[in-house]
Design a protein around this ligand. Structure first.
Ligand SMILES: Cc1cc2nc3c(=O)[nH]c(=O)nc-3n(C[C@H](O)[C@H](O)[C@H](O)COP(=O)(O)OP(=O)(O)OC[C@H]3O[C@@H](n4cnc5c(N)ncnc54)[C@H](O)[C@@H]3O)c2cc1C
Length: 256
């Protein structure tokens, strides 16, 4: 929008605009409380999301409110720090202006702390057909998708078609994939058979696919091995050195 953001406090201090109230932006804004700067913290949501526990929301272990915190509450009584819900759209460096969906804002210093997005490595079908997990709403989408698939599966007589609604394939054997695979297997082993006694959960596979030779590649070899052993004890099928090439919404295609 080509209008200035209204109702910002007029302070004669150098202005720092921080885009993104994730771990980085929020920490910085908190550090700058009561310092000689005016800080405007922007985020497209008015809450902070604790990403490490998304997998718990996806598997119904936690409610979204347990891992989302209102940003305005963090900045009570902080006259030099203002939060505004806005989505950054473009920067005009020649005028020190940041354009957002609700207007532009002028800055002396601009900090980009917008985090990262899911990397699909250029695979368009996977982008269209798979479900990422980079926000509370995506984690909730996974939860709802799983539950609605089982509600549908109960009404399907053909076993192969039923299995297709029950299997879960997780791609990426880093910490998030490992946590999610473990939580899904626990649900399958302990919870779902009670909720859906008409479904046979021996038909449900939890598969974890990793392109590299071990799980938790960024951690020690022992951690990777322990995670593998533990997941296998939960009956997670682990496919190492296996690269996913495509996914049409029904079949995961492995690179040969
Ligand atoms: C599922 C999952 C599990 C994880 N588990 C762990 C873990 O166990 N341990 C660990 O150390 N790390 C973990 N991480 C990584 C960790 O969460 C990130 O490294 C960290 O969040 C990065 O912080 P950040 O502030 O750079 O970005 P983020 O926390 O991603 O914050 C970016 C913020 O910018 C906002 N934003 C984005 N674009 C715009 C825009 N255009 N305009 C306005 N606002 C915008 C977003 O809404 C968001 O609030 C996990 C990540 C995920 C996804």
């Amino acid at each position: 929008m080509d209008q200035p953001l209204p109702n910002l406090p007029e302070l004669s201090l150098p202005r720092i605009v921080v885009i993104g109230a994730g771990f980085a932006g929020l920490k910085l804004a908190r550090k700058l409380k009561n310092k000689n700067y005016q800080v405007i913290l922007l985020d497209k949501n008015n809450y902070h999301q604790f990403q490490p526990l998304f997998y718990q929301v996806a598997t119904a272990g936690l409610e979204p409110s347990a891992i989302s915190f209102p940003l305005r509450k963090v900045f009570h009584n902080t006259p030099n720090v203002t939060f505004r819900m806005a989505e950054a759209q473009r920067i005009d460096q020649s005028q020190n202006r940041l354009y957002t969906d609700i207007g532009y804002i002028e800055y002396d210093y601009l900090i980009l702390a917008m985090g990262a997005d899911t990397n699909y490595f250029g695979m368009k079908n996977i982008m269209e057909n798979s479900i990422p997990m980079k926000s509370v709403s995506e984690a909730l989408f996974i939860r709802n998708k799983i539950i609605s698939n089982y509600e549908r599966a109960i009404n399907i007589a053909d076993i192969e078609k039923r299995k297709a609604l029950m299997n879960v394939v997780i791609v990426g054997g880093g910490p998030t994939g490992v946590e999610l695979a473990g939580a899904m297997a626990e649900l399958r082993n302990e919870v779902f058979p009670k909720d859906y006694p008409q479904l046979n959960f021996h038909n449900m596979k939890v598969v974890l696919i990793e392109a590299g030779p071990s799980l938790l590649a960024g951690m020690s070899a022992t951690s990777g091995l322990k995670a593998k052993e533990y997941l296998e004890s939960l009956k997670v099928e682990i496919m190492l050195q296996t690269a996913v090439e495509d996914y049409d919404g029904l079949n995961v295609i492995i690179k040969r």
